[in-house]
Design a protein around this ligand. Structure first.
Ligand SMILES: [Zn+2]
Length: 195
């Protein structure tokens, strides 16, 4: 049976590990010990944990190569297990993808809120107490548009970059708090929750 209640929506690349560009998700296999520590903190918070990620690693290639697809599938399974995600939503679309069937302005691609709404429906999430944690302004905008009140931005050199080719207009304002790293953001969540 699905758990329900409030959730922490979390981005992957740049939030759980440093963002090295498309394909980053395949580059951090050495961080397993660190990931286990972080996952314990999430587990102690007791909230649903929902991963939401744009993955464009195949968007810049004209053909998908099978070994890379298989490696990627193994890594996704490994991430879900390590972090005990209640759900992980992955959007592979990109408006300028080299692969025709991935070329799309998909509503599940952040700052679109399709994935967040999907998760809310599946898990009956109490959005009024939920959090979104990411390293890009587009994560914060998606959270705001979806009505998630607690929005935490982990600052890095790409935090204020807008996603290329997005059909979304710039909103008048986006509200969020900023943190220097994941550990600071998690401490802040612990304070709010009282964990
Ligand atoms: Zn998509």
């Amino acid at each position: 049976m699905n758990r329900s209640g409030p959730a922490i929506f979390i981005d992957l690349d740049g939030t759980l590990w440093p963002d090295l560009g498309p394909g980053t998700i395949l580059e951090n296999q050495s961080l397993v010990q660190y990931e286990i520590q972080i996952s314990q903190i999430f587990s102690d918070l007791g909230y649903l944990l929902i991963g939401i990620t744009n993955q464009t690693l195949f968007g810049y290639e004209s053909k998908m190569k099978l070994p890379k697809v298989l490696k990627y599938r193994r890594r996704l399974k490994n991430i879900v297990e390590i972090f005990s995600f209640d759900s992980l939503f992955v959007c592979h679309h990109h408006p300028k993808s080299q692969i025709p069937f991935l070329r799309s302005s998909c509503p599940n691609r952040k700052p679109g809120i399709g994935s967040i709404q999907w998760a809310i429906d599946i898990h009956n999430i109490d959005i009024s107490k939920s959090f979104i944690l990411g390293d890009r302004i587009t994560d914060m905008l998606a959270g705001q548009e979806a009505g998630i009140p607690n929005r935490l931005l982990i600052l890095n050199s790409r935090s204020l970059e807008w996603n290329e080719g997005e059909p979304f207009s710039n909103p008048k304002s986006i509200g969020f708090r900023t943190y220097r790293n994941l550990s600071e953001a998690l401490k802040s969540i612990q304070l709010v929750i009282g964990a």
